[in-house]
Design a protein around this ligand. Structure first.
Ligand code: ADP
Ligand code: MG
Length: 667
C-alpha cells in the first residue's frame, strides 16, 4: 500500500548514473533536490512528485516508484480488481488504433473491470461548474493536479483556502466504482502521472502508462491478437478531453473563451509558478487559476518519453470526437444522474514545508566563499541549477547545495590550482635536480676522502725527505734544483689533497665571530687584481657579524674571486656583496665575465671539472667551496648569463649560510 501522507519515496536517484549536470536542480519547482558530494538526491518530504526531474535527466538517473509487483499480487489475489484508466491513454498507446483493443489488453492482464476515469472528470466538471458560477467573490485554484495541490500545501500554505474544494477525477471515479461494485473491490489507477501514486487512499495502487506498457510486454500481449472490448459503463462524455491543457475548461464548457473569461491557464514548471506568484500578490484578482504541473497530463512523466505534445493532443481530440459521435447523450446524462449523489467535495489542509530564510550574515559568508563580495559578482548564470546566486547561497545554508556547484567559481579555482600545481612541479623538479647533484657529489666525496687520506701520509714522507735532502746539498749544487722541484711539486700535491679533503668535508669547522665585510675585503686583497678589473665590496646586511670559520670562508671567497677574475680576461667588475635574510647571511660574488654555459651548470662542483687549459685550472676551486659551504650547513646558488642578446653577461655565485647552527640537513 504505497499511499501515505508522509510521502513515499516517489522519485529517487540512481547514484551510479548521476553525472552532476544540476539540470534536475534547475527543473525542480519544489527545490527538493539536494546535492551531496556532487550527486543529486531527492528529498522525499519536499518532493511533489511532478516528475520533472525524470523528464529532464538525460542519463536516466532519476527513477520513480514502481507499483507493478503490488499490482500483480492484487491481480493474483481473490479480490476483484478494477482498472480505472486516465483519459490520456490514446496519447500513449498511439499504435493501437481502436481503443477497444487497448481495453481488451488491460482485461487480458487479469483486470476484472476496466473503467474510464473520464467519467469521474465529468462528475467533477459538474462540481467545478457550480463552483465557478457561484464563486461568492472567492478566486479558486483548480485542484485536479496532485502535484500542484502538494506544491500549494507545502510551499504556499496561505493559498490552500483557494484550492477548489473538489476531489480529483481519479477519486471521483474510484467512488463510482465502489458504489457500483461494493467496498471490497480493489482499484488500480492507470495514468500518465507519478504524483497520483501518493494522492489518495481511496485507490489501492497507481500504475503509470510506462509500467502498464511493461506489463503488456512481459505478458507478450499484442493488440492485433486481442479481442476488442469496451470500457465498463458508465461511459464518459467530454471529460475525456481533461488531459490536455484547458481541458478542464472545455469539460466544464462554460469558459471557452480564455481571453474574455476569468480563467487563467498556466502549465509547466515555470508557468504555474509564475501564475501562483501573481495570484498570491493579488495582481490577478477575480481570476480562477487552472494549473497543471506538466504541459497537460499528456506530457506527464508516466508517459513514454519523447512524445510530441501537439501530436498527442490530436490523438486525444480525435478519440473524444469519436466517442462523442458514438455515444448516446441520453445514456450519459442518465449515468450522471445515477451517480449525482457521489460526494465530490474535498477538504485540503496546509502542510507547511517552507524553510526559514537564513540570516544575512550566513548568506554573505557563503557568497564570499564563492568569491562573491558585491552585487557585481553575482553572475546569476544559472549553471548551478538555481536562478540566482542568492538562491544558490540560501540552498547552501540549508544544506541542499554545495559551493562547488558554482561553475564560474569552480573554473576560477581550477585555474588557480593548475597554476599552483605548475609552480610546485617546477619547484619539485629543481629540488630533485639538486638532490641528484648533491647525492652524486656525496659519493665523490667519499671516494676523494679515501684517496686524499691514503695520499696524505706518503706525501708527507716525500716532503720531509726532500727537505732533508735539500739541507744536505750546498746551495750551488746542481742536484739541488731537482730536489727543489720534487719539494715544490709535493707541496702542490699536498694542496690538491687538502682541497679534496675540504670537498669531502673531512675538515673541522672552527666557528668564531667574524666581521663579514672585513672578510669580503680581505678576500679581495688576497687575489691579484688586474688593472682592467674594478672591485667593490658592499654590505647590505644590518648585522654584519656572524659565527663562521674565517680561514675556510676566506678560501671560499678567494676561490670565487679567482674564478670571477679568470672569467673577465677583457676586464670588468668584481663585486662582493654581504647580505642577509631572516635566518641566513649571504655572500654574493658578482662578475661581469663570460658567464657559464647551461650545460656546465651541473658539473661545476665536481672535483677536477675545469674549462681552463692544462696547468691553468685544477678544477678543485668550486669543489672545495662546495665542501666548505656544506660544512657550514649552507648552500650555493648560481645565476649566469652567457647570451649578450639577453642582457649583460656575467655570473653571480650566492653563498647562503645559516646564522644559527641548524640541524645537519642536506641542503
Ligand atoms: P678551475 O677554476 O680550476 O677551473 P673551479 O672549480 O674553480 O676550477 O671552476 C670550475 C669551472 O667553473 C671553471 O673552469 C669555469 O669553467 C667555471 N667557472 C667557475 N666560476 C666561473 C665564473 N665566475 N665565470 C665563468 N665560469 C666560471
Ligand atoms: Mg677556480
Amino acid at each position: 500500500m504505497p499511499f501515505s501522507e508522509d510521502k513515499l519515496k516517489l522519485v529517487y536517484t540512481v547514484k551510479e548514473l548521476c553525472r552532476v549536470c544540476y539540470t534536475c536542480v534547475r527543473e525542480c519547482p519544489a527545490k527538493a533536490i539536494k546535492i551531496v558530494n556532487g550527486q543529486a538526491e531527492v528529498i522525499s518530504e519536499r518532493c511533489i512528485g511532478c516528475g520533472n526531474c525524470i523528464k529532464v535527466c538525460s542519463q536516466d538517473a532519476k527513477v520513480f516508484y514502481q507499483s507493478r509487483i503490488e499490482v500483480k499480487s492484487l491481480l493474483q489475489s481473490d479480490s476483484k480488481v478494477a482498472a480505472i484508466v486516465a483519459p490520456s491513454f490514446p496519447a500513449e498507446f498511439t499504435e493501437i488504433k481502436d481503443y477497444r483493443k487497448f481495453v481488451g489488453m488491460v482485461r487480458a492482464l487479469g483486470f476484472d473491470h476496466v473503467f474510464e476515469v473520464a467519467f469521474g472528470a465529468d462528475l467533477v466538471a459538474k462540481k467545478y461548474k457550480e463552483l465557478l458560477e457561484d464563486r461568492s467573490g472567492k478566486d479558486y485554484i483548480s485542484s485536479d493536479c496532485p502535484a500542484i495541490v502538494s506544491y500549494i500545501r507545502y510551499y504556499h500554505p496561505d493559498l490552500v483556502k483557494n484550492l477548489a474544494p473538489v476531489i480529483s477525477p481519479m477519486v471521483a471515479m474510484a467512488r463510482v466504482v465502489k458504489k457500483l461494485l461494493g467496498p471490497d473491490v480493489k482499484i488500480v489507477f492507470v495514468g500518465p502521472c507519478i504524483a497520483k501514486k501518493a494522492e489518495s487512499k481511496e485507490v489501492d495502487e497507481a500504475l503509470t502508462f510506462r509500467e502498464l506498457r511493461g506489463m503488456f510486454e512481459l505478458a507478450e500481449l499484442k493488440h492485433e491478437e486481442i479481442e476488442s472490448s469496451d470500457f465498463d459503463p458508465p461511459h464518459a462524455g467530454r471529460g475525456a478531453i481533461f488531459p490536455v491543457s484547458r481541458g478542464l475548461i472545455q469539460t466544464v464548457n462554460i469558459f471557452d473563451d480564455v481571453v474574455e473569461g476569468n480563467v487563467i491557464v498556466a502549465e509547466g514548471r515555470i508557468g504555474f509558478q509564475e501564475a501562483i506568484k501573481e495570484f498570491e500578490s493579488d495582481s490577478i484578482k477575480g481570476q480562477h487559476l487552472e494549473l497543471l504541473c506538466c504541459e497537460g497530463c499528456i506530457m506527464g512523466p508516466g508517459m513514454t518519453p519523447g512524445g510530441k505534445r501537439f501530436e498527442r493532443r490530436t490523438y486525444i481530440s480525435s478519440y473524444v470526437q469519436q466517442k462523442l459521435n458514438e455515444e448516446n447523450q441520453d445514456d450519459w446524462e442518465k449515468s450522471l444522474q445515477e451517480f449525482a449523489d457521489i460526494d465530490t467535495h474535498a477538504d485540503f489542509n496546509p502542510l507547511d514545508r517552507r524553510k526559514q530564510l537564513p540570516s544575512e550574515s550566513e548568506v554573505s559568508k557563503i557568497l564570499a566563499s564563492m568569491g562573491k563580495f558585491s552585487n557585481r559578482d553575482h553572475l546569476n548564470c544559472g549553471a548551478c541549477g538555481y536562478d540566482t546566486c542568492l538562491e544558490h547561497a540560501y540552498a547552501i545554508v540549508e544544506g541542499l547545495a554545495e559551493v562547488e556547484m558554482c561553475l564560474p567559481y569552480t573554473i576560477e579555482e581550477m585555474h588557480a590550482s593548475l597554476k599552483d600545481l605548475a609552480v610546485s612541479n617546477e619547484k619539485l623538479a629543481k629540488v630533485q635536480q639538486a638532490l641528484k647533484q648533491s647525492e652524486k657529489l656525496a659519493h665523490m666525496g667519499q671516494l676523494s676522502a679515501g684517496i686524499a687520506h691514503e695520499l696524505n701520509n706518503p706525501l708527507g714522507v716525500v716532503m720531509m725527505y726532500s727537505n732533508i735532502l735539500l739541507d744536505e746539498y750546498a746551495p750551488d749544487d746542481p742536484i739541488r734544483q731537482d730536489i727543489e722541484l720534487i719539494a715544490s711539486q709535493a707541496e702542490r700535491c699536498k694542496k690538491i689533497v687538502s682541497g679534496l679533503l675540504n670537498f669531502a668535508r673531512k675538515n673541522q669547522v672552527k666557528l668564531e665571530l667574524i666581521n663579514l665585510k672585513k672578510l669580503a675585503e680581505d678576500s679581495i686583497k688576497s687575489v691579484v687584481i688586474p688593472n682592467n678589473i674594478k672591485t667593490a665590496v658592499v654590505c647590505k646586511a644590518s648585522n654584519c657579524e656572524a659565527q663562521l670559520d674565517y680561514e675556510q670562508m676566506m678560501q671560499v671567497l678567494t676561490n670565487l674571486n679567482k674564478n670571477a677574475i679568470e672569467a673577465m680576461p677583457n676586464g670588468g667588475l668584481l663585486a662582493v656583496e654581504v647580505d642577509e635574510n631572516e635566518s641566513d647571511v649571504i655572500f654574493n660574488v658578482i662578475d661581469t665575465g663570460t658567464g657559464i654555459p647551461e650545460e656546465n651548470m651541473e658539473k661545476l662542483y665536481t672535483p677536477f671539472f675545469t674549462t681552463k687549459g692544462i696547468g691553468k685550472g685544477t678544477g678543485l676551486g668550486l669543489a672545495t667551496t662546495y665542501g666548505i659551504v656544506k660544512m657550514h650547513k649552507g648552500r650555493i646558488e648560481v645565476e649566469s648569463n652567457t647570451d649578450r642578446l639577453k642582457g649583460p653577461t656575467g655570473t653571480t655565485f650566492r653563498i647562503i649560510l645559516p646564522r644559527e647552527e641548524g640541524e645537519d640537513v642536506e641542503r
